[in-house]
Design a protein around this ligand. Structure first.
Ligand code: SAH
Ligand code: SF4
Length: 373
């Protein structure tokens, strides 16, 4: 039904004003609509009480306030929540909410699948790839607010306080839509989440990093994962195009990076591959060489069906963290969260694809059996 209608979610201010002009409405209506959509979480024009009935009827004819549809909602016994969402074209993505001591980060996806094929990442193994629209990116935040019952506004008491662009996909390969979505997320009249509470993680799409700093201005995280090109070429293949020297030079000049606003170096800990004391010391010397205001985030590798990698031992992870700490770098170890609901990026979706595949195979099998019989 919504197919010929236009979704008002995800349009930037100018686009919304243009859309309103097309139905002879003044620009101030954009502010009203944003208020209802992003402060109050309203999805029906009928609930927009300061908009007169004739305009509500006009809006109903051409537009809608859309959300991805929830296919599966899971809650882990550690409080992590995960939603498998279906987009209008039938593709599925996932969004994960990680509560932590009265606050919480929503892990938002930027693409269906990912073209970059990092060896240890389940998302990289998925076949289908397309960029998410800004509506689909922002829709994930709206769904989370719906589900957490965090409408209307009132920052006090909210759990969804932070956004991390660390779900499925590479955000800097979908720059324009990510930019539009995050600018609405940060806008005081939009979702009003401060840029200091938003982190964008990239595997190292160097040409877009400077633009991200200037045009989006959120905190940056780099999926580093290896202290030398030889290993990084294997784990994060985009390294062949933008090797460590180029990547770390770009980090050193990331707009806004300073000691009070450090770049997070994500480091997935894989057993006997990148977790030795020498590796930790090499990381320290790289950060010093390139003068990067850095902090580390050590992520125990989250295994998925079919991977050849294993998670480092507890001892190795703690030893690694201590070496970085002793050299003056913060290096917290990320708690594995939501393992019972497969909360690492890409896992639920892969499980869902596998389920579909199995169902298809079972149906085919039945058909063969009935054909024969
Ligand atoms: N494409 C972006 C953002 C999404 S991935 C990027 O690569 O930065 C978010 C983070 O999760 C990245 O640091 C990624 O390397 C890490 N990651 C992916 N698969 C993982 C796994 N199985 N276990 C632990 N971390 C993983
Ligand atoms: Fe893509 Fe990031 Fe996964 Fe690499 S780690 S395949 S860039 S989502």
């Amino acid at each position: 039904m919504t197919q010929s209608l236009t979704n008002l979610v995800g349009l930037n201010r100018d686009q919304l004003i243009a859309v309103l002009a097309s139905i002879d409405e003044k620009p101030f209506r954009a502010k009203q609509l944003w208020h209802w959509m992003y402060h109050r979480g309203v999805t029906s024009f009928d609930d927009m009480t300061n908009i007169g009935k004739p305009l509500r009827a006009k809006l109903q004819e051409g537009f809608y306030v859309g959300r991805p549809e929830i296919v599966e909602a899971l809650v882990s016994n550690d409080g992590t929540r995960k939603w498998l969402l279906r987009l209008e074209d039938g593709n599925e993505i996932e969004t994960v909410m990680i509560p932590d001591d009265g606050r919480g980060a929503l892990c938002v996806s930027s693409q269906v699948g990912c073209t970059l094929n990092c060896d240890f990442c389940n998302t990289g193994t998925q076949r289908l790839v397309r960029n998410l629209t800004s509506a689909e990116i922002i829709g994930q935040i709206l769904v989370a607010r719906d589900q957490m019952q965090e409408w209307p506004s009132g920052v006090e008491g909210r759990i969804l306080t932070n956004i991390v662009m660390m779900g499925m996909g590479e955000p800097l390969m979908n720059f324009d839509n990510v930019k539009t979505a995050l600018n609405i997320t940060m806008d005081g009249e939009g979702l009003a989440i401060s840029c200091r509470r938003i982190t964008l993680s990239t595997s190292g799409v160097v040409p877009m990093m400077e633009r991200a700093g200037h045009e989006i201005g959120v905190d940056l995280a780099i999926s580093l994962h290896a202290p030398n090109d030889e290993l990084r070429d294997v784990l994060v293949p985009i390294n062949k195009k933008y090797p460590l020297d180029v990547l770390l030079t770009a980090c050193a000049s990331y707009p806004g990076a300073r000691n009070a606003r450090r770049i997070t170096m994500e480091y997935v800990m894989i057993k006997d591959l990148n977790d030795s004391p020498e590796d930790a010391r090499k990381l320290v010397s790289l950060m010093r060489k390139y003068k990067i205001p850095a902090k580390f985030n050590l992520i125990p590798f989250n295994p998925w069906p079919g991977t050849n990698y294993e998670c480092s031992t507890n001892n190795a992870v703690h030893r690694f963290s201590k070496i970085l700490n002793d050299e003056g770098y913060s290096a917290p170890i990320r708690k594995p969260r939501g393992r019972d609901i497969m909360a690492a990026c890409g896992q639920l979706k892969s499980a869902s694809e596998n389920k579909k595949l199995l169902e298809r195979q079972a149906k085919q099998q039945q058909k063969i059996v009935s054909d024969v019989a």
